[in-house]
Design a protein around this ligand. Structure first.
Ligand code: GLV
Length: 322
């Protein structure tokens, strides 16, 4: 029977698909701290499977340690996330190690979070609540906390996969005009081939691309400058998609109305200038964080492990970009 490293604590029920399989489960740390790179490498050398989180860097060294060519027996890495920019998929593929993720089960929950940020950022909810909590609210005033309307606004969705589409569906209920940009023409109403044009046209921009090198700083200082000064930027994708310092500069300078972020370039470190930026709603990467969805993500990952170790092929295998 196999040995499965589970790097971090999973929601209740997350390990159910491995129950009764006879596989030995190792990890996580009792206090749930992430393993270091050295620890991950050492585990990889003696495991058949790894159930990882996006906080684990499953890089070429970790994968090489588990590779059959180096005496290892690692067959599958199942990441409990739809994004897999923390896993070197090309290196895994070169070693014959399968990579799995959790597509499909978190689209609506993540789209709900995007809408939470759209609403909260447009209506200055964080600033208003923090004033109230700290005793700075002196009573109702007709000119206080004047935000931007979400209903009727033009929403630019960048990246039109499952989550981007789920956000667009919600926007229809708010009477919004929805534009979208994707690398390939969707042939659907609202498609804008030129990202710059979408940014210039939109009142609210919501990001839904994958992370990784292809989208690194897709929203940089030049592109932020194309946005309306009344516009709002929301990111529930990956922190690396936005140049955080450039965004902080734009917010401090009033060149952008507001921002709502759930993801950061160097999590859990948050850029100081972003923390002090005005009209900014900051969440700690809770996009898919409902009890039901996180449980589904965990069971999807662990059942992929059970399937691969039983010699089968799960539906959620990541196809490497060649
Ligand atoms: C969360 O960020 C995920 O990729 O599932």
């Amino acid at each position: 029977m196999g040995r499965v490293l589970v790097t971090r604590r999973l929601p209740d029920g997350g390990l159910d698909p491995l129950a009764g399989t006879g596989h030995e489960i190792v990890g996580p740390n009792p206090d749930d701290t992430p393993y270091t790179s050295d620890e991950l490498r050492a585990f990889a050398g003696g495991c058949d499977a790894i159930v990882s989180l996006l906080t684990d860097k499953i890089d070429a060294d970790v994968l090489a340690a588990g590779a059959a060519s180096n005496g290892g027996r690692l067959r599958v890495v199942a990441n409990v996330a739809v994004g897999y920019d923390n896993v070197d998929v090309a290196a895994a593929t070169a070693h014959g190690i399968t990579v799995c993720n959790t597509p499909g089960v978190l689209d609506d929950t993540t789209a709900d979070t995007a809408f939470l940020l759209i609403l909260a950022a447009c209506r200055l909810a964080s600033t208003a609540e923090s004033d109230l909590r700290s005793g700075r609210w002196s009573g109702w005033g007709v000119t206080q906390y004047l935000g931007r309307d979400v209903h009727g606004a033009t929403l630019g969705v960048v990246g039109f996969g499952r989550i981007g589409r789920a956000v667009a569906r919600r926007a229809a209920g708010f009477g919004m005009r929805v534009l979208h940009h994707a690398r390939h023409d969707t042939n659907e109403p609202g498609y804008v081939a030129d990202l710059d044009e979408l940014l210039a046209e939109s009142d609210i921009v919501s990001l839904h691309t994958p992370g990784g090198p292809d989208t690194l700083h897709l929203i940089d200082a030049r592109r932020l400058a194309l946005m309306k000064p009344t516009a709002v930027l929301v990111n529930t994708a990956r922190g690396t998609v936005v140049d955080e310092l450039a965004l902080a500069d734009a917010l401090h300078a009033g060149r952008l109305f507001a921002a709502g972020l759930d993801v950061y370039e160097r999590e859990p470190a948050i850029e100081a200038r972003l923390l002090s930026a005005p009209r900014t709603v900051l969440l700690p990467h809770i996009g898919s964080g409902s009890q039901a969805t996180r449980t589904q993500m965990a069971t999807m990952a662990t059942s992929a492990v059970a399937t691969v170790l039983a010699g089968g092929s799960p539906p959620n295998v990541v196809i490497p970009d060649l």
